[in-house]
Write a protein that binds this ligand. Sequence first.
Ligand SMILES: Cc1ncc(COP(=O)(O)O)c(C=O)c1O
Length: 365
Amino acid sequence: MTPLAERLPEFPWDRLAPFAEIARSHTDGVIDLSIGTPVDPVPDLIQAALVQGANAPGYPLTAGTMDLRAAVVAWAARTLGAAVPLSGVLPTIGSKELVSLLPTLLGLSRGDVVAIPEIAYPTYDVGAQIAGCTVLASDSIADWERAGAALVWLNSPSNPSGRVLGADQLATIVDWARAHDVIVASDECYFELGWSVQPVSILDPAVCGDSLAGVLAVHSLSKRSNLAGYRTGFVLGDPGLVQPLLEARKHIGLMVPAPIQAAAIAALGDDSHVRAQRERYQVRRDLLWTALASAGFAIEHSDAGLYLWATRGESCWDSLRWLADHGILAAPGEFYGASGNQHVRVALTATDERIAAAVRRLQPA
Ligand SMILES: Cc1ncc(COP(=O)(O)O)c(C=O)c1O
């Protein structure tokens, strides 16, 4: 018997430890921009809804309450421009849980190929490996077709690069996938954080027409509503795919706690806190972008999402060391795929005070 953990990729964050130690020794303290974890408060209306939902002695429904599903449907119509029926919505315990289990829950197994972006959030790979599938890291339809992919993961806006796929690119992928009986799952958890480009959902009629067949969109409240600590997201799209996911999840006990469902309803019904949070990130993004450029970094893509994808045309480890010497911790691009080995990922998720300190440290002497 081989424990599952031994089949999975090494958790790479340990490799950051020496850089963290250097950054932490800065006289004015470390500025940790290595992880995209929200630092601003949970909006009051969401905390209030959590408290209101606290008296929850019974088991919650795996499918979520009708109110939660209705809140997702209304949000999807308003925000994604997508018409999704209630039967095409399923709450998840954050989107990482769904990403890591989707191939398994879809019934994929050894011999099936899962395609993931060439530069990608590592959990797509993990999820494919948990199911015993073969992983193909490529952005090319020709490669997917040659390998006989059963599931294709998209991530737009991308973590780490902030690249956004346009409606035409998405439509080409959906058309191809339908013609070849391939499922497309699009991770859109940074959807509401578009800066220079407005993201388009895979569920937009301009992409998938008037049918949701074969497509799933994966969303999260972690970034949009500062709810990473609540663990709440959802998957939505083709009811023919969502309903079997629901049935499998009932057996496993993958239920979102009732107070969290109540909080998610409040979060989904309100856009004003999202606008306020976007404004905070916009200011931090502009400051960091200018400061990194003045320190010799070129910023690539980064059109949306919570990161700047920066390079000085050198090994990411050299850039990481230079930043650590200035008390700043970033993530090495290599964590996201071999072709990221000359980039660093710089998160916008630090307080205004820490961002201002980063800007000062990055000024040329
Ligand atoms: C692309 C992407 N997908 C999914 C997740 C998981 O988010 P959560 O589980 O908090 O919804 C993250 C987290 O950083 C991410 O970057």
